[in-house]
Design a protein around this ligand. Structure first.
Ligand SMILES: Nc1nc2c(ncn2[C@@H]2O[C@H](COP(=O)(O)OP(=O)(O)OP(=O)(O)O)[C@@H](O)[C@H]2O)c(=O)[nH]1
Ligand SMILES: [Mg+2]
Length: 250
């Protein structure tokens, strides 16, 4: 009985772990789940559940490959916050990361929501420091413009899994949970409104699709009817002509 009360106190929230391909998103989720850290590129979307602080957290793991990023927009409305993972070991892709993060934070379903930026792969020599990442991404400007409360934490996802996880990842998640706590009611109301809008659009699209299918069927039926009618007329005319010829011959 006490357990039931205890678990019912847990608030349910959804957080997406985003970032471009190979940033370390799935590795971080596996570390939080206490699972082995070997990963393959995520093709599409997976969902995992963890408990942290007083939250039942649903984590969305979305592939970061160029061709997959387009699906992110379908998962943003229900988010209470975003964990954005950056591979700090390379400077080659900072322009791509900046463009991706800018587009994400400017999305009306994300603006204003809390953002935890994990500067991952800090174990690799020559990695970018926090200050470099801030500068390269013009992070302060970006989060201010989009009113996203933000915290950056450095980490190394391959450090360990479960109890051996890099404590910075857990601390970052605690920060995110705390800020979500402070904004909970506002976020909950906004998510309910955004999800209603998503549902309305989905119904509208389904209606439009059904209408398109109905029109296509109607047009096809019309085509077939016309063809049948033409064939009928043709058959009638050729029978009439044959009859005329036969009558004239006789
Ligand atoms: N050295 C080092 N390697 C890491 C770290 N985190 C992840 N990796 C490696 O980086 C590669 C990509 O990791 P994933 O977790 O699959 O990356 P992802 O962001 O999920 O990539 P997509 O699913 O393609 O979007 C894997 O080989 C990981 O082992 C880290 O902190 N340090
Ligand atoms: Mg992945």
């Amino acid at each position: 009985m006490s357990n039931e009360i205890y678990f019912s106190d847990f608030r349910k929230i959804t957080i997406a772990v985003l970032g471009i391909d190979s940033a370390g998103k799935t590795t971080i989720i596996n570390a939080l789940l206490g699972e082995p850290l070997d990963t393959a590129p995520t093709v599409g979307f997976t969902e995992e559940k963890i408990q942290h602080e007083s939250y039942d957290i649903t984590l969305f793991d979305l592939g970061g490959g160029k061709k997959i990023r387009d699906i992110w927009k379908n998962y943003l409305a229900e988010l209470y916050g975003v964990i954005y993972v950056v591979d700090s070991s390379t400077r080659d892709r900072t322009a791509e990361i900046k463009e991706n993060l800018t587009k994400l934070l400017q999305n009306p379903q994300v603006s204003g929501k809390p953002l935890l930026l994990l500067a991952n792969k800090q174990d690799i020599e020559g990695h970018m420091e926090e200050v470099d990442i801030c500068e390269e991404l013009t992070l302060e400007e970006l989060v201010n413009q989009n009113k996203c409360p933000c915290n950056m934490v450095t980490c190394s996802a391959i450090k360990g899994t479960g109890k051996k996880i890099d404590p910075n990842i857990k601390n970052g998640l605690t920060w995110l949970c705390n800020i979500i706590s402070q904004m909970y009611q506002k976020l909950e109301e906004r998510i309910a409104k955004d999800m209603e809008e998503v549902e309305r659009k989905r119904k509208e699209e389904n209606q439009l699709r059904a209408e398109r299918v109905r029109k296509m069927k109607e047009e096809r039926y019309h085509d077939i009817s016309c063809r049948l009618y033409r064939n009928k007329v043709k058959r009638f005319l050729s029978a009439h002509i044959r009859l005329c010829i036969r009558t004239r011959v006789e």
